[in-house]
Design a protein around this ligand. Structure first.
Ligand code: GLY
Ligand code: MN
Ligand code: MN
Length: 439
């Protein structure tokens, strides 16, 4: 295995420096993601907490980092040959010291005695409360101990500030290394979608498509999926977070696939919707073209200075126009938008920040105002239309059709770049790819 953080320590040092510039008046405490162990000895694949990884590059569980001014302290698991025989390599204190450049490193077992010292007389503790009750308890006890050790100081309890929100603001702006990994994640994700399209044919099961897409992700070096793949055929596509993936794909149905590969701790998030048979019916093509037109228009609209919330408003505007043209809704566009009648067919937002987490961190409103886009921000553009199967008010030909088209963009100096563009989305393109490798 490669030792130390991928890409070296410099990027993590730089991130810690940016964080410390904002938190030097206190102490930052970050916990690793808890391990998921079922029935005491069944381990599930482990992934480090994104913010913890962002500032350390350290991928082991049962670890804590503390930034105290410019001093960086790690608490890690000790080496343990017996445990390593079962669970594999761990750095131990010496390895952590060698590869992660902390100023000080302790065995995790010493955290109870050392953490109060590190907190000292800090007036602010940057820590995310209520994510893990046990960690909260440990931090609170350490804070109380630290205060007692100050003697009669007159100091009150420190203020708690959400460290993850601050890191989230740093994570929102992707640097060159992150964009490189995110592009790769998007490229792998797109190839997974192409592979899924190619093997699709009537009679295939949704889980076979899921397996194909995830096989392609892994084959291309993705470590894991960024989120549970959604593979919904026919009316299942109208269920936004469909998880069963166990139905047969029927000849007259569309298949909605929402799946993204993670690469280097960054994830893609793509949705494509295509006909199982390889040919859109007239009704399917009508709805698909409406969503595609809106999606392309929203992408064109993206540039620095535009409010992120306005991308959603633009999608609503275009989709409502489409709903009127398709006969899904009747009336006046302005009234429909005001009364939010469109929610019946378009119940979700048009995008979210994208990065280490699929719904990535970063504020959507800042200082009470809708956030304006800046170069280096990455997000999804994912309008859709979903006509419930039992919607007797909708033209019969559209009932049970669910369509979403989702791409990932990075804001550039003058507009945006679509990182997922190799996944086909034009009708003619899709119709040539779907079923290409049916055996
Ligand atoms: N795949 C989750 C989402 O699109 O938000
Ligand atoms: Mn998304
Ligand atoms: Mn998605």
């Amino acid at each position: 295995m490669i030792k130390g953080p991928k890409g070296g320590q410099d990027i993590f040092k730089k991130r810690r420096k940016s964080l410390v510039e904002q938190t030097c008046d206190g102490v930052v405490i970050l916990f690793s993601h808890p391990e998921q162990i079922r029935n005491h000895d069944v381990h599930h694949p482990y992934r480090q907490d994104s913010s913890f990884y962002y500032v350390t590059g350290f991928t082991e569980p049962e670890s804590v980092v503390v930034l105290n001014g410019s001093s960086f302290t790690m608490f890690v698991r000790e080496k343990d040959p017996a445990r390593e025989l079962w669970d594999g390599f761990r750095y131990g204190t010496k390895g952590a010291e060698q590869y992660f450049a902390p100023d000080k490193v302790y065995p995790i077992a010493e955290i109870h005695s050392v953490l109060p010292e590190l907190i000292g007389a800090a007036e602010k503790v940057y820590y995310k409360l209520e994510e893990n009750k046990e960690n909260d308890k440990m931090v609170m006890e350490a804070v109380e101990k630290a205060r007692r050790r100050q003697g009669r100081s007159g100091l009150g309890m420190p203020t708690f500030v959400d460290a993850k929100q601050m890191i989230g603001e740093l994570r929102l702006f992707k640097g060159p290394d992150e964009i490189e990994n995110l592009r790769k994640a998007c490229e792998i994700s797109a190839h997974g979608h192409i592979a899924a399209m190619k093997i699709c044919k009537p009679g295939i099961f949704e889980y076979e498509i899921e397996a194909e897409i995830e096989r392609e992700f892994r084959r291309r070096g993705s470590q894991r999926v960024g989120y549970g793949s959604i593979v919904g055929s026919g009316p299942n596509a109208t269920v936004l977070h469909y998880v069963f993936n166990d139905d047969e794909c029927k000849k007259d149905h569309l298949l909605l696939v929402d799946a993204g590969a993670e690469y280097g701790y960054l994830t893609g998030d793509i949705t494509r919707t295509f006909p199982v048979s390889g040919k859109f019916s007239a009704a399917q093509a009508k709805i698909y073209s409406t969503v595609l037109k809106v999606q392309k228009d929203c992408i064109k609209f993206v540039k620095p200075g535009v409010k992120f919330a306005d991308v959603h408003l633009r999608a609503i505007d275009g989709l409502v126009e489409g709903m009127l043209e398709l006969g899904l809704l009747r009336g006046n566009k302005k009234d429909i938008i005001e009364k939010k009648d469109y929610l019946k067919y378009y119940p979700h937002g048009t995008g979210h920040w994208l990065g280490m987490d699929v719904h990535d961190s970063g504020l959507y409103n800042k200082n009470g105002e809708a956030r304006k886009l800046e170069s280096g921000m990455c997000f999804t553009v994912e309008p859709g239309l979903y006509v419930p199967q039992d919607d007797s008010g909708a033209p019969a030909e559209f009932r049970g059709i669910g369509i979403r088209i989702e791409d990932d963009v990075v804001v550039t100096a003058s507009g945006c770049d679509v990182m997922t563009s190799i996944a086909p989305k034009e009708i003619a393109e899709i119709e040539t790819v779907v079923g290409q490798s049916k055996g």
